[in-house]
Ligand binder design. Sequence first.
Ligand code: SF4
Length: 451
Amino acid sequence: MDISATTLQMDAQKSAEEEPPGKHVTGNQVEEPHSKTTANGRKQLFPQVPDANWNDWKWQFRNRITTIDELEKLIPLSAKEQTQLRIVVDKYPLSVTPHYLSLIDTQNPDDAIRKQALPSFHELGLAGMGVEDPLDERGDSVVPGLVHRYPDRVLMVLTNLCAVLCRHCTRKREWRQGGWVRTAAEIEAMLDYIRCNRSVRDIIISGGDPLTLSTSRLEKVISGLRQIEHVEIIRIGTRFPVVLPQRIDDELCTMLSKYGPIWVNTHFNNVREITPESAQACDRLLRAGVPVNNQSVLLRGVNDTVEEHTKLCQGLLRIKVRPYYLYECDEVQGTEHFRTTVETGIRIIEGMRGHTSGLAIPTFVVDLPQGGGKIPVQPNYALMHTEESLIFRNYEYRLFRYRNPGAPRRPKNGHKNGRRARVSPNQEVNRPLEYNAVQGEGDENRSLLRS
Ligand code: SF4
């Protein structure tokens, strides 16, 4: 196989014109620890609150800011903003913990934490776009609160309560139904379904946020699951390590440590959410034998650049949290202002790959509408593919030939007319390469074609 001079020239020209997306990322994006920011925010917004209260998750939960009247005493809001936000919270309520509020830079209207925590008029302005339940979770519900979409795992939605109502939430539709927690009878119906379905080996406990339940109530669910022989893994989806890290206390960790393997999937979106408190929460979980993964959502103005995402993921590794998924923001009504193009996510992954450890790079996924499931979307590095070999480009846009092991050998100078290369379906990111007649195979397994 050969690549024509024209194609190589095109590559060289493109290479000269464009630098790979991550080229400006150098080594570790070391961030200053945020202890100062957290402490300053607390001092500025909640100077009277003693440590005993501040470090008590129940105090934090009880003292969530839920009205515009409370908010405007803490964060500067113009009269117009106040009027607009009162209209917004009528449809999409407000809830933010003192801890999370203290991370906001109150002088910056474009602050990444503010965007996630505080309402915006765009939630209504663009409300015509998107749908309430883009993933069709209702359609895949087998009993109330139990979603069975993939063969070996189910999602248990235990409550619609959350400590912070994240403005980009996929389950925003649930916010208007008042606070609810599944009853004992509903939970028993879920357990029954799982008992009867031996293919289910993996349970995701979610919400809302399941850590809004008391530890004893949560233990009843987890111990019920652990009595089912074919349940292997329990995962808990929670944003508490980020928005109310005080919740990860000894009582919770001791309980979780009895029922492993339990994994926690949490949800950091910006490096400034990594605080001494959140680091300690993740450390406590790890010491209780609970690995912590992160699922971030790609959000405009929060984490939609290579630099921001690299800082976030490197920060997560420093607190021993594995970046797991980067989600394209779902097509949810009231979140359109957060959504970016799919290409933005691909470029972020492309800009990180090769420039930082693979351990720091999440899988970018699009959760398909109508329950189609998660699809990984990656930059395409295999530019051409025939039975005998592949042409890869690396993170620096250098091209390499790679012999496909086990493929039938072609006679020297052999020629197979009419064979088509499999061209990348992702042609916007990797421009299409012209396919040329296959020529004699070289001896090397890997040849550098262009540097
Ligand atoms: S914690 Fe999760 S479920 Fe709750 S509002 Fe935030 S994104 Fe939605």
